[in-house]
Write a protein that binds this ligand. Structure first.
Ligand SMILES: [Zn+2]
Length: 472
C-alpha cells in the first residue's frame, strides 16, 4: 500500500490548528506527526506533498445533493459521474445524495435505482438519504429496514410540493414517530406548500410570470410557519431529531434557535446561495435571466436581514451545517421550460463545486473562523449523519480524505474560469475567492492536483452510515 506524507502544512480541525505532518498509509490516515518527528523517527513514504503555507483540512462533506434528479419534466444535469467530479474539484470528498420515493412507489425499488445510478460512477464517496414522498404502512416499514440494514439513517419529508412529495401533518407525525423508534433523523423541507400553491395560482392569474415571482409567492413567513410546525410535531413525536434543510429565512432561523434553547434536537443547514445571492441582485435580473436562481426555498430580499442572520446563525451554531442543495439545470432547454410561467422553471442551483470556496470567503471577510469553516463544511455534517470519525476529521484511523487549501492563491468562479459542473452557466459567475483548492485526496488517492483531475469514476464507494452523532 502506498504511503504519502503531507509535510509542513497547518492542519486545521473544528477545534484548532497545528503545525504538523500527516502520514497516509493506503486509504487511511496513519499518524499526525509534530514538526521534526518524521526525521527523528526515520519515517519514509512513497510520495511527499509539500504543504508549506497551506491549510490541511478534512475533505468537504456535502450532505445535500441531487444528482440526476427527475424534476418538473426534466432531470438535473449532473450525473453522479460529472457531479462528483465537480465535487472533487471543489475539495469535497463525500456527498450524501437523496434517493427518491413518491407516493405509490416501493421504497426498496427506488433505493436500488439510486444505487444503480451511482455505483461505478462516483469520483468520491457517497451516501444516501431516503426521500419518503408517500408515507404509508409499507414505506414506514421500509424506513426501519433501511436504518437497520442499508446504512440509511435519515429521511426527508416535504411540507411543500403538494401532489409531488408533499406529506400532510398526520403523515409527517407518523414518519417522525417511526424515526423516533429507530433513531433516524428526519430532514424537512419546511415551506407551507398548500398556501404557496394558492399564491402561485393567484400570481399567474394576474399575469405575474417572471422568475422573481417565484420568491414573492414563497414568503418568508411560510418558511417560518412550516419550520415551527415541524418543530412542534417533532416534539410530539418524542423529540425525534429534526434537521431543517436549505434554510433561507430569518423567521425560520428564529424558530430553530428557540427550539434549541428549549433543548430540543432541532438542527438546520443553510446553503451558499442564501448567504450570497438575493432576490434583487439575481432573481430580478432583466428578462428571463433570473431563472438561473430559481430554487426552493427561494432567494430572499436584501432589504431584510436574512443574510446577516444566517451568517450569525453559522457563527453561533444555530445553523450547524452548510450544504449546497446542488440541483443543477442548464439554462437552455431546462430552465427555459418556465418561459412565460415561473412555476414551470425547474427548481435548483448547481453549487457542489463551490461550497468550500464560498464559505472560505466568509473566513476572509470575517464572518467565520477558519475552524468554523471546517466544522460547518466537513466535521459537523459527518457527525450529523453518522459518518464520524471515518469522515470529517484528520485523525489516525480516519479515511484519508484531505483537502490542501492554498490561502495565498485566488479562484475566479465562472464558466470561462473554474467550472466543472455540467451546466451552461454558473450561479456564481465572476465571484472572486481569496484562496484555492490546491490538492484533494480521497481515501489516500490524489484526485486533484496542479489544476488537474486525476481521479476516476468508480473510485467513490457507498458509505453505510450509522445513527447521528450530534444529538443532545
Ligand atoms: Zn434539495
Amino acid at each position: 500500500m502506498a504511503r504519502t506524507l503531507i509535510t509542513n502544512g497547518t492542519i486545521v480541525s473544528a477545534t484548532g490548528r497545528t503545525a504538523g505532518d500527516v502520514l497516509v498509509d493506503g486509504e487511511t490516515i496513519a499518524a499526525i506527526l509534530a514538526p521534526g518527528q518524521v526525521e527523528a523517527l526515520g519515517i519514509t513514504a512513497d510520495r511527499t506533498i509539500d504543504a508549506t503555507g497551506k491549510y490541511v483540512v478534512p475533505g468537504g462533506v456535502d450532505v445535500h445533493t441531487h444528482m440526476e434528479l427527475p424534476f418538473g419534466g426534466t432531470t438535473a444535469s449532473d450525473t453522479f459521474e460529472t457531479g462528483t467530479r465537480a465535487a472533487a474539484w471543489g475539495g469535497v470528498t463525500t456527498i450524501v445524495d437523496f434517493a427518491v420515493q413518491q407516493a405509490g412507489q416501493n421504497v426498496y425499488d427506488c433505493l436500488s435505482q439510486w444505487h444503480a445510478k451511482a455505483e461505478g460512477s462516483c469520483a468520491v464517496d457517497y451516501g444516501f438519504h431516503q426521500i419518503i414522498g408517500g408515507v404509508d404502512e409499507e414505506s414506514l416499514k421500509a424506513m426501519t429496514y433501511l436504518v437497520d440494514h442499508e446504512g440509511i439513517t435519515s429521511f426527508k419529508l416535504f411540507m411543500a410540493y403538494p401532489g409531488v412529495y408533499y406529506a400532510d401533518d398526520g403523515q409527517i407525525l407518523r414518519a417522525m414517530q417511526n424515526a423516533s423508534e429507530s433513531g433516524a433523523v428526519i430532514m424537512m423541507h419546511a415551506e407551507n406548500g398548500i398556501a404557496i400553491d394558492v399564491l402561485v395560482a393567484q400570481a399567474i392569474a394576474r399575469g405575474e410570470t417572471d422568475p422573481m415571482y417565484h420568491s414573492l409567492t414563497r414568503p418568508a413567513e411560510l418558511e417560518g410557519e412550516a419550520t415551527h410546525r415541524a418543530i412542534q410535531l417533532a416534539k410530539v413525536a418524542g423529540d425525534v431529531p429534526l434537521y431543517i434543510v436549505h434554510m433561507s429565512a430569518s423567521e425560520a432561523l428564529e424558530e430553530v434557535a428557540e427550539a434549541q434553547h428549549r433543548g430540543q434536537n432541532v438542527f438546520a443547514e443553510t446553503c451558499p446561495q442564501y448567504l450570497y445571492l438575493t432576490l434583487e441582485d439575481q432573481l430580478m435580473q432583466p428578462g428571463f435571466e433570473g431563472a438561473k436562481w430559481v430554487c426552493s426555498t427561494p432567494l430572499r430580499t436584501k432589504h431584510e436581514h436574512h443574510q446577516s442572520d444566517l451568517w450569525k446563525g453559522l457563527r453561533t451554531n444555530e445553523l450547524a451545517v452548510v450544504s449546497t442543495d446542488h440541483c443543477p439545470f442548464c439554462f437552455k432547454d431546462q430552465k427555459e421550460l418556465g418561459l412565460g410561467n415561473f412555476s414551470k422553471i425547474p427548481n435548483g442551483i448547481g453549487g457542489v463545486e463551490h461550497r468550500m470556496e464560498l464559505i472560505y470567503q466568509g473566513v476572509v471577510t470575517g464572518e467565520l473562523t477558519l475552524e468554523r469553516w471546517v466544522e460547518t463544511c466537513s466535521t459537523t455534517p459527518a457527525r450529523m449523519f453518522g459518518m464520524y470519525p471515518r469522515k470529517g476529521v484528520i485523525a489516525p484511523g480516519s479515511d484519508a480524505d484531505i483537502l490542501i487549501w492554498d490561502p495565498g492563491a485566488t479562484t475566479t468562479i465562472g464558466v470561462e474560469h473554474k467550472h466543472h459542473m455540467n451546466m451552461d452557466h454558473s450561479a456564481y459567475e465572476g465571484f472572486q475567492i481569496d484562496g484555492k483548492v490546491d490538492t484533494v485526496m480521497s481515501r489516500g488517492r490524489v484526485i486533484v492536483e496542479h489544476d488537474t483531475y486525476t481521479g476516476a469514476p468508480g473510485h467513490g464507494r457507498f458509505v453505510e452510515r450509522g445513527l447521528s452523532q450530534y444529538l443532545r
